[in-house]
Design a protein around this ligand. Structure first.
Ligand code: ADP
Ligand code: MG
Length: 244
């Protein structure tokens, strides 16, 4: 009979339970579980593994450039974020409220590190996240527009709960790309959360986007529900290098 149960479990796509059936039954016998407790244990186990599978799938789809965590973040070096702030951010209240976060500051102060670590926490909590550098985002938008698939691409991106756009302002952006970026921001406005990192102050964004009208419209939407975190200090990359 056990083989038939395993086969049927696979037919109803409970693959984890099929693999774990022998140990599940041994556990139930040993613990003398009631029918209900057995069913509960059995389903909890299947749900747990399914969650894990979906989290792993989301981590792959996010395309993080690498994994950075808050455990390897030196809070003494960067005071703009504290362990208490992180604990609050990790409740993801802001994400549920569709708020944005903007990390701003010179190179090397940990903007990308914090953005990645926060993305990773969101992924582990079960949110869908996608990570772009601004350059990569522009390339993807232009390609989609070139193929007449920009609307389809927008739809795909708006399925993610959180969209990371890293390194705004490093390179100037052409008019066509600014227009596409504005359409993306409008699509996500009040609907999805965005994390941006930038080495430029808001007042300098006009020169990055090359058009002050578009820049104002973009900023207006991004800043409506948002928190800006100014990260200052020396580059962590240079840490220790200037000591005599
Ligand atoms: P930014 O995006 O601000 O230019 P990064 O986040 O890329 O800077 O940081 C540069 C390097 O220094 C990365 O390898 C990052 O992990 C590390 N780093 C930056 N700040 C810290 C910090 N406070 N604690 C630990 N590592 C840090
Ligand atoms: Mg960076």
């Amino acid at each position: 009979m056990i083989n038939r149960v395993k086969e049927n479990l696979k037919r109803v796509r409970c693959y984890h339970s099929a693999t774990l059936l022998d140990s599940t039954i041994s556990h139930a016998q040993k613990e003398e579980l009631s029918y209900l407790a057995f069913l509960d244990y059995f389903l909890e186990q299947e749900c747990h593994y399914r969650n894990q599978t979906s989290i792993n799938r989301n981590i792959k789809a996010c395309h993080l450039p690498n994994i950075k965590t808050f455990d390897d973040f030196d809070f003494k070096y960067q005071h703009a974020v504290s362990k208490r702030t992180i604990a609050e951010w990790k409740t993801f209240d802001w994400l549920d409220k569709r708020e944005n976060k903007i990390f701003m500051g010179p190179p090397g102060v940990g903007k990308t590190h914090v953005a990645i670590a926060l993305s990773y926490e969101a992924l582990k909590t079960g949110y869908k996240v996608i990570f772009f550098t601004m350059n990569k985002l522009i390339d993807e938008m232009l390609l989609a527009a070139y193929n007449n698939e920009f609307k389809k691409w927008l739809k795909k991106i708006s399925k993610f709960d959180l969209i990371i756009i890293d390194e705004i302002g490093y390179l100037p952006i052409k008019q066509e790309s600014s227009n596409l970026f504005f359409q993306l921001i409008s699509e996500l406005y009040e609907f999805r959360s965005i994390i941006l990192t930038s080495n430029k102050l808001f007042k300098e964004w006009g020169s990055a986007f090359g058009d002050s009208v578009i820049t104002t419209a973009i900023l207006d939407r991004i800043l409506h529900y948002s928190e800006t975190i100014i990260m200052n200090g020396d580059s962590y990359r240079m840490k220790g290098k200037n000591k005599k």
